[in-house]
Ligand binder design. Structure first.
Ligand SMILES: C[S@@+](CC[C@H](N)C(=O)[O-])C[C@H]1O[C@@H](n2cnc3c(N)ncnc32)[C@H](O)[C@@H]1O
Length: 265
């Protein structure tokens, strides 16, 4: 059996009781931390809680050479991921590969950033459109800077349909964890390059360390939010569409948002 287990958002205690029991009964424990990360713990603390060694997998071990799943043909193998294992990951591909090999699979769900943003900001889950990820820009061998404009287009299209956008921020082994400030700078740069004024006067919400005892949550116009210090990772951005009056009130009261947004509903 191959069991996919979501670890939740911040530390080793965010896992469900079902997830913890499944790990304790497993023959072997694998984990990937390239799609998300639990900043409130360490591998040593996790191993102590589980009473088991945790084997860390790199992206290529999961996406290109997942030979290790063969062990699940006759053993109980668990595969751990931050958040919910199937939210904003490609792990369904691994599950399908396992099924095609005749391996039994199951999923133990975890708390996800996708729902935590609603809990922390008061925005309504059913008013979100397609989510997106802002990747780090890179420079080609000829010195040209490449910025993906897809996140900007997704945000604009959602906004025009009256929907909010959840904006995941890139995790890169070399460049690190993208901050809210960097993500907003990238959106601003695309806006400027296109000669638009779409981003500047939008309200945006930054959330850092969801699931911890000291999450940082702040709503403001992007021109002000871009200089706000959110502290340690992980960070995420929400760019809301037109706000329902209860959402606007929640942003003022839960996210220290500017009172002017109450007048815009
Ligand atoms: C690719 S998504 C994976 C989401 C994960 N599977 C889940 O269900 O929570 C990872 C991104 O979500 C955001 N994120 C995840 N956990 C977070 C947290 N605790 N606080 C703030 N942002 C978080 C960050 O932008 C991070 O780079």
């Amino acid at each position: 059996m191959l069991t996919f287990i979501g670890l939740g958002l911040y530390d080793e205690y965010d896992i469900s009781v079902k997830g913890l029991e499944t790990i304790k009964n497993a023959d072997k424990v694998y984990l990937e931390f390239y799609t998300s990360h639990l900043f409130g713990t360490t591998i040593e603390n996790m191993e102590k809680l589980y009473g088991k060694k945790v084997h860390i997998l790199k992206r290529e071990d999961v996406e290109q050479y997942p030979d290790w799943i063969d062990e699940a043909l006759d053993k109980d193998i668990v595969f751990l991921t931050g958040g919910d294992t199937m939210v904003a990951t490609t792990h369904v591909d691994l599950r399908i590969r396992a099924i095609d090999k005749g391996i039994k699979t199951s999923v133990v769900h975890g708390a996800s950033i996708a729902s935590a943003v609603c809990g922390l900001s008061g925005l309504q889950n059913y008013r979100f459109g397609k989510s997106t990820t802002i990747p780090f820009s890179y420079t080609t061998s000829r010195g040209k800077k490449i910025i993906s404009e897809a996140p900007y287009d997704t945000i604009k299209s959602n906004f025009e349909q009256g929907l909010h956008t959840l904006v995941y921020l890139d995790i890169d082994m070399e460049k690190g964890y993208m901050t809210i400030n960097k993500g907003l700078e990238i959106l601003q740069e695309i806006d400027k390059n296109r000669g638009n004024n779409f981003i500047e006067d939008k309200v945006s919400i930054g959330i850092a360390r969801a699931g911890s005892d000291n999450p940082s949550i702040k709503a403001d116009y992007i021109r002000s939010l871009i200089g706000f210090d959110f502290g340690e990772p992980l960070h995420i951005i929400v760019i809301p569409g037109p706000l329902h009056f209860i959402e606007a009130e929640a942003l003022v009261k839960l996210a220290d948002g500017p009172e002017q947004i109450l007048e815009q509903t």
